[in-house]
Design a protein around this ligand. Sequence first.
Ligand code: SF4
Ligand code: SF4
Length: 58
Amino acid sequence: MVKIDSNKCTGCGGCIDLCPVIAISMINDVLTINDDLCTGCSICIKVCPMSAPYEEKE
Ligand code: SF4
Ligand code: SF4
């Protein structure tokens, strides 16, 4: 499961278009990942210049 660290995310939007399943969206200026859609491909983790997305182990 991939989460976004809102303290690191600048809202640049760079990851939104790169998510293959369109799981990332900006809601009220806060970036959120739809857990039902996210496949955990980790593309957003690799592209983010702020290292805001991270993998949460459960
Ligand atoms: S690429 Fe990183 S800083 Fe930019 S919107 Fe996505 S999570 Fe936030
Ligand atoms: S891990 Fe992959 S599927 Fe999940 S939000 Fe990031 S880019 Fe999208």
